[in-house]
Design a protein around this ligand. Structure first.
Ligand code: 3H9
Length: 653
């Protein structure tokens, strides 16, 4: 092996068997920053000129090949060389360039690999073009080279979903040419040596395989419908489906589209979400605090919520002990959990071996003492203070004093539950969203006495469960339900002021919510919120504006879709506007002497966002949320706020 040549601070190379082995070392994910691009450009010039070199291998240091373009550079003035320019030089080199994919090759990382003449992957590698998730399209040849390599239908799927595929699937699709069983770089050097002196297979020169146009049109229509007005998926469809044209023309179109999208509000919003997700588990005061080890999780209450939590925990490798009131209820819970696991098998998310392993880690009981081995116990029993406190007092007697106790309450005060226990410092809230095995959001509730390592344990478990944790202080409804209450309240004010449910829903859906608020209410059922309003009636500020319309609907038996009518009517199951509801709303306006006026969609959305934003400011001022971006994550991941709008707080900026 020759000595190392440093082409830039992040790109270096050695020569092995006449092949230049180039390593990109730009922690944390080897993003193609200007220094990497500069280093690569110099490397290529050196490789072309050096008579003794027969080929080049490009690989990444650490566990990533290249995580993509450096997103932190977006929004800053462009710096040469650009990634497309470097990639063009890779493809046009007269000597073979082999990509040795040691880990994730994403976005610009995969685009570098696509321009290489051969791709060898380690079993841990994964490839993908996740740009649409950032509101952009691949900007360095991805939309033009991938269809040349694997055909339009497969490229359309990967580029518009942004999903990444593991090495084995990448091989099957034809994105990589070889899986390295042994040493990856050795395999890549061998490949380069074999290719030396032979005609090179340049991806950009390949002819696109003919495919079924009708099928492509169908797929494109489905993607556009799902995009809910987002620009990037539509542009990705356009670029991929038109890729059967001269490469230079396609690349120019792709680059121009990429630049416009990169500077768009939508892309800025999605970048905000990307960084917010990485920020949310960084909690002040927890630096260096070790979480308590957790191997076995106890779950009390095996209803829908408890079963969902159990499925998430089993999937993450934990042992689970489920507790319910009677042996019969516990058995029923077990059946429900196994039913959910079976669904994962049916959908291909879990194989038979995994299913058996998860089942073997599950046991259920109706005896408190059986929870003794638990490192963490999560309660998901009926949301009633007396029920929860008495359960925690019973748990105090059977679990180790260092085991963590978590409540999944949505609205009760976890401080009161903690205060009823012997060790309040080991109590925190873990507020899962339903269905708990599907929803990513997890509000981690920090009580006044929660010990730092208990909070750290909550965050570590959340990460292992592949959830998105957001830390919240104690307040009625925590971050999410407090903002949601403000949002709902504003919608009801709008009803009284002149808008109708379907007008409000249409405005929200146009903005990007998957479903309008009133349609969601009907789907979930109106009775739980009604019961809460009745409970709060005695303590409600009589001078505060209160809209009675929802109560009137409930009193009339309009409890939502299950009852066949709620905010809408559901003759033959389809949601339709109901004149009876309009009459109820008009009567409520008359009763208060309100002269209704019309609202445009923009006004409706502005009022709703305004209410959410104000409540968000209050949560920040009260110290319930640590940062505005945490609030955005909660609303995006728990309440359907469109990610491409960045969240209610981002949308104020
Ligand atoms: C693109 O490529 C456009 C091109 O088509 C066209 C160009 C012309 N840039 O996720 P982690 C940071 S667009 C800058 O926790 P993991 C991240 O913020 C890009 N920074 O690690 C975090 O920082 P901090 C397309 C980035 O091991 C740290 O790295 N590519 C970038 O769980 C660790 O991140 C993508 O969209 C970046 N590209 O997962 C891929 N990526 O420590 C985005 C990460 O300060 N990245 N950081 O909080 C990922 O999916 C994951 O980071 C990855 C590693 C799977 C790579």
């Amino acid at each position: 092996m020759s000595e190392t040549i440093e082409f830039s601070a992040t790109v270096s190379a050695t020569t092995r068997n006449g092949v230049l082995v180039v390593t990109i070392d730009n922690a944390p994910v080897n993003a193609t920053s200007v220094d990497v691009r500069d280093g690569l450009e110099k490397t290529l010039a050196h490789a072309e000129a050096a008579a003794g070199l027969t080929g080049v291998v490009i690989t990444g240091a650490g566990k990533t090949f290249i995580g993509g373009a450096d997103i932190k550079e977006f929004g800053k003035p462009a710096m040469d060389p650009t990634l497309p320019a470097v990639i063009e030089k890779i493809e046009n080199l007269s000597k073979p360039v082999v990509a040795a994919l040691n880990g994730a090759a994403l976005g610009g990382g995969l685009e570098v690999a696509l321009a290489c003449h051969y791709r060898v992957a380690a079993p841990a590698a994964q490839v993908g073009l996740p740009e649409v998730k950032l509101g952009i399209v691949p900007g360095a040849g991805g939309t033009q080279r991938l269809p040349r390599l694997i055909g339009i239908p497969a490229a359309l799927d990967l580029i518009t979903s942004g999903r990444s595929v593991k090495a084995a699937e990448a091989l099957k699709l034809g994105i990589v040419d070889e899986l390295a069983a042994g040493d990856l770089v050795e395999a890549a050097i061998s490949a380069a040596s074999v290719l030396a002196g032979k005609p090179l297979r340049r991806t950009g020169e390949l002819t696109i395989a003919l495919s079924d146009t009708a099928e492509i049109e169908k797929t494109s229509a489905r993607i556009l419908a799902k995009a809910r007005g987002q620009k990037a998926p539509a542009e990705a469809v356009r670029l991929v489906t038109s890729s059967n044209r001269p490469l230079a023309e396609g690349l120019a179109d792709e680059r121009a589209t990429f630049l416009i999208l990169r500077d768009s509000r939508e892309a800025a919003a999605l970048r905000h979400v990307f960084f917010a997700e990485r920020e949310s588990s960084k909690v002040e005061g927890l630096e260096g605090v070790e979480p308590r080890p957790v191997r076995t999780i106890g779950i009390c209450g095996l209803g829908l919520m408890g079963s969902g939590i159990a499925v998430a925990a089993l999937g993450a490798g934990y042992s689970v002990i489920g507790l319910d009131q009677t042996a019969e209820a516990a058995e029923k819970g077990k059946e429900r959990i196994i039913g959910l696991l079976e669904r994962n098998v049916a959908s291909g998310r879990l194989d038979q071996t995994g299913f058996e392993a998860q089942k073997a880690r599950l046991s259920v009981t109706a005896t408190d003492a059986d929870l003794a081995p638990c490192d963490l116990v999560v309660e998901a029993v009926f949301d009633d203070l007396a029920v929860k406190t008495s359960l925690f007092q019973r748990l105090d007697k059977v679990i180790r004093p260092d085991a963590v106790l978590a409540t999944n309450t949505s609205y009760l005060n976890p401080e009161e539950i903690a205060a009823a226990t012997v060790h309040p410092e080991r109590v925190l809230g873990l507020h899962f969203f339903s269905p708990a095995h599907v929803m990513r959001l997890l509000e981690v509730v920090r009580c006044a006495k929660t010990a730092p390592d208990v909070l750290a344990t909550g965050l570590a478990v959340a990460k292992k469960l592949r959830k998105l944790p957001v830390v919240t202080g104690v307040t009625e409804g925590f971050i999410g339900n407090r903002i949601f209450s403000a949002y709902r309240r504003e919608a009801e004010f709008l009803l009284e002021d002149g808008a109708l449910p379907h007008e409000i829903d249409a405005a929200l859906e146009d903005y990007g919510f998957p479903m309008g608020l009133f349609a969601v209410y009907d789907m979930a059922g109106l009775e739980i919120a009604w019961a809460r309003r009745k409970r709060q009636a005695a303590t409600r500020d009589p001078s505060a504006r209160y809209v009675e319309i929802a109560d009137t609907l409930c009193e009339a038996g309009r409890l939502g879709q299950k009852a066949g009518r709620g905010w809408y009517a559901y003759p033959d199951g389809r949601r339709t506007i109901d004149p009876e509801v309009t009459t109820i709303i008009e009567a409520a306006r008359t009763k208060k002497g309100i002269t209704p006026r019309t609202f445009s969609k923009t006004e409706i959305v502005e009022r709703m966002l305004g209410a959410m934003g104000l409540e968000g400011e209050a949560l920040l001022a009260e110290g319930i949320a640590a940062r505005a971006s945490d609030i955005d994550l909660v609303m995006i991941n728990g309440y359907g706020f469109p990610a491409h709008k960045g969240g209610p707080m981002f949308s104020r900026s």
